[in-house]
Design a protein around this ligand. Structure first.
Ligand code: ADP
Ligand code: MG
Ligand code: ZN
Length: 758
């Protein structure tokens, strides 16, 4: 008898089995049913192809996709193994021809789609010929809990039961979850199968998560530096696929695209061209790739966060099947969460199922935020244990990180979550910590909490990131559901009691430091002076942001000074005059010096230009527009006065909003308009404006669309740095006491916060 080793070498050219293959093959040859849970690229096909060669009669492979069947059949024929497939794309004549050959025992393997099983011919097939083996590929499709549920898989078990004898059955999947595995056994009515669970690690794959990148620029950079390599870019929506495809082509890089909205012809063409290396880049929705056996894919870029880690790992796993290096990069943006929420709400009816989907999505979000080894984090999710802390082949293991003690920040966050009765989501917690003047916060009276504004030195985005990191590190968690709520976990308690510290690994990127203007520095100097006199820390006098706004707006009279956020009546009385003096003298000095320095300055003031607004080059143009807007000028008035286009002014306003300056959103976009725009974005993505605009009524402007996207980026929070004076003052005092007591100050924060309103 031919040994299976010999078959492996003879037909497939390999001298060694991959993990699990030998056991499953032997098992099958002995007539035992089996389930092979083997990661993508682990070589599942051989597990049924070799037995099919050795067993008498024919073997049937049930497979969900035509593309996949055709692929494998071509490969087998190429190896000299007689195989065929039956699918709906063939003409009835061709199907008949193939079936005749089947009856003549011409083939060793026949691939069929599950829909075909119910046809009369197939229900009687077992009476005509000897079926030795039935292999069910991508068997997770039978389970509703998998990510590729196909109702037609339900036809498999009854079909087998109806046969006059029972062939050997084996089922294969890359999905490891217990639930899916149980479903496979139950729904396929397997009889005492042996289960082969093969490690999910793919050591040759390098994992990266990128946050806050300009995705388009990044993709351009990556593709241009990897032109020789094959790769797939996955995007969340059809429209996004189309737009990425368009811009890749505009860079002169040949690419294909694939999504369910294209004609079968175009899809097949792109797939073929990609498989044969005629094009290197494939832009696709998740419809592409199931079972695709292209071994030299060097990178998988996820342009959007996938819905769950199962999909992610399966899609990413398509890189490096040949064992050579593969790059798996996920470009994360918080807006992706909205898309998935929308999809989950739209496509899932059962509440239980929804909850599960949300839970899975949360694990995906955690993955995007973890600072631990990414490989460890994925593999643990799939149930593997005792993994090394550092794999040496993911961004978190190779990028330089520094361990930072974030205990105080964590305590502030945890306390705030407690203060908010563990009833709100990440964004609202972050907004409260920031001290945002968000309407909802005022309505809910969350601005009365002792934790309101205690992290005002960070942006809402940075606070949210930190909360997500703490969730990824298991200190807190978010509940499942459309409106997830943050809650504390056991691990946070010792931190709150100052019995444990939180050390997080933060990317050691140089921080982008904004250059401080000379005026800002002078204002800081004055603040320092006053602080020393009053024996309080400087920010008790004025917050940094307040001074920054002063240096941008240069208020020189009572009213305009009072309009600066952070300056209230009391502070105005106490300090207003001194700060205005600095501003006045700066503005005089600036007027004279701008003449002297002209010619050698990077932004020279032309002789002919009247020095009407000498301070203008000192502050960003967008802030000037914002100031005017803030004092009641409309976009068109600002445009006229500043001799700018509407578009520029609109961009200025939105830029200011992004930087944390207050903007009245409702003035730009009404609630109804916003709802329409969000709907359109969910449909076509937010990458390009035009497709969004095209879906909307004429009267909705690009400005409104941009504003909604901006708000989405700010994640539903309008961040205002205004602070109510008295309250603000109190807050700062709290902070003051914290900072004064070195070494043990975190204990004190807790004391102060707790004593205030528990
Ligand atoms: P899966 O279906 O598990 O994703 P495939 O069956 O498509 O994986 O196999 C992935 C790749 O590994 C294919 O290119 C296949 O030829 C190759 N392969 C399978 N078994 C072996 C082996 N024993 N040695 C080397 N390569 C193998
Ligand atoms: Mg396969
Ligand atoms: Zn790692």
């Amino acid at each position: 008898m031919t040994s299976i080793q010999q078959v492996l070498k003879k037909y497939f050219g390999y001298s060694e089995f991959k993990p699990g293959q030998e056991a499953i093959i032997k098992n099958t040859l002995q007539g035992r049913e089996s389930v092979g849970i083997i990661p993508t690229g682990g070589g599942k096909s051989l597990c049924y192809q070799i037995p099919a060669l050795l067993l008498p009669g024919i073997s049937i492979v049930v497979s969900p996709l035509i593309a996949l069947m055709k692929d494998q059949v071509d490969a087998l024929n190429n190896l000299g193994i007689p195989a065929t497939y039956i699918s709906s794309i063939l003409t009835p004549q061709e199907i008949n021809r193939r079936l005749q050959l089947v009856c003549q025992n011409h083939y060793k393997l026949i691939y069929i789609a599950p829909e075909r099983l119910t046809s009369e011919y197939f229900s009687r097939l077992a009476e005509t010929i000897k079926i030795s083996l039935i292999a069910i590929d991508e068997a997770h499709c039978v389970s509703q809990w998998g990510h590729d549920f196909r109702p037609s898989y339900a036809a498999i078990a009854p079909w087998i039961e109806a046969m006059p004898y029972r062939p050997v059955i084996s089922a294969f999947t890359a999905t490891a979850s217990d639930r899916v595995r149980e479903d496979i056994i139950r729904l396929l009515s397997l009889r005492n199968p042996s289960i082969h669970l093969i490690g999910f690690d793919r050591p040759n794959l390098h994992f990266t998560v990128m946050k806050g990148t300009d995705r388009k620029k990044w993709v351009e950079y990556y593709l241009k530096s990897h032109v020789e390599q094959s790769g797939i870019i996955y995007a969340a929506t059809r429209k996004e696929v189309d737009s990425i495809y368009d811009y890749i082509k505009s860079w002169g890089i040949p690419a294909g695209r694939y999504h369910a909205g294209l004609s079968t012809e175009e899809r097949n063409q792109s797939q073929e061209a990609f498989l044969y290396d005629d094009i290197k880049v494939m832009v696709a929705s998740n419809a592409f790739g199931l079972g695709i056996d292209k071994s030299n894919i060097r990178y998988i870029i996820h342009h959007n966060m996938p819905r769950n880690l199962e999909s992610y790992y399966q899609e990413a796993g398509r890189a490096g099947r040949d064992g050579e290096k593969g790059d798996c990069i996920l470009l994360y943006s918080p807006a992706d969460i909205q898309t998935h929420k929308f999809l989950i709400e739209q496509t899932t009816s059962s509440e239980e199922r929804k909850a599960e989907e949300y839970q899975k999505m949360q694990a995906m979000i955690d993955y995007c935020h973890t600072t631990r080894c990414l490989r460890q984090s994925i593999l643990e999710y799939f149930g593997e244990k005792d993994l090394p802390e550092n794999c040496g082949n993911c961004i978190n293991c190779t990028q330089s990180y520094e361990s930072r003690d974030m205990t105080i920040e964590a305590q502030k966050i945890f306390s705030c979550i407690i203060r908010m009765n563990q009833q709100y989501g990440i964004n609202l917690v972050a907004s409260v910590l920031k001290g945002s003047q968000n309407k909802r916060i005022r309505e809910l009276r969350l601005d009365q909490l002792s934790t309101y504004g205690i992290m005002s030195n960070m942006t809402i985005g940075a606070i949210s990131d930190l909360i997500n990191m703490l969730a990824a590190e298991d200190y807190i968690y978010t509940t499942a559901g459309q409106y997830p709520v943050v809650k504390l976990k056991q691990k946070s308690l010792p931190v709150l009691k100052s019995q444990a510290r939180v050390i997080l690994r933060m990317p050691a990127r140089p921080e982008i430091v904004q250059e401080d203007s000379r005026l800002f520095q002078s204002l800081c100097a004055l603040r320092r002076e006053i602080a020393q006199k009053e024996q309080v820390p400087p920010y008790v006098i004025f917050h940094d942001l307040t001074l920054r706004e002063m240096s941008a707006r240069m208020p020189q009279d009572y009213d305009s000074m009072l309009a600066i956020s952070g300056v209230g009546e009391i502070k105005m009385q106490k300090y207003g005059e001194q700060f205005m003096n600095i501003i006045r003298s700066y503005s005089l000095e600036d007027k004279s010096s701008s003449h002297m320095e002209s010619g050698e300055n990077a932004a020279p003031v032309k002789e002919s230009k009247p020095t009407k607004q000498p301070q203008e080059p000192k502050q960003p143009s967008y802030l000037i527009s914002w100031q005017m807007y803030q004092t009641g000028s409309t976009v068109s008035e600002i445009a006229r006065q500043r001799k700018l286009t509407y578009l520029t002014v609109q961009d200025h306003i939105l830029r200011s909003a992004r930087e944390g300056f207050t903007v009245d959103w409702r003035e730009i976009v009404s609630e109804e308009e916003e709802a329409c725009i969000l709907k359109a974005i969910q449909e076509v993505g937010s990458e390009r404006l035009k497709p969004i605009k095209e879906m909307l009524p004429e009267e909705i402007s690009y400005y409104a669309i941009k504003a909604v996207i901006c708000r989405m980026e700010l994640d539903g929070c309008t961040d205002s740095k205004d602070a109510a004076d008295e309250f603000f003052f109190f807050k700062q005092k709290t902070a003051y006491e914290i900072v004064q007591i070195q070494g043990e100050y975190y204990v004190l924060i807790m004391y102060i916060i707790m004593s205030k309103d528990i």
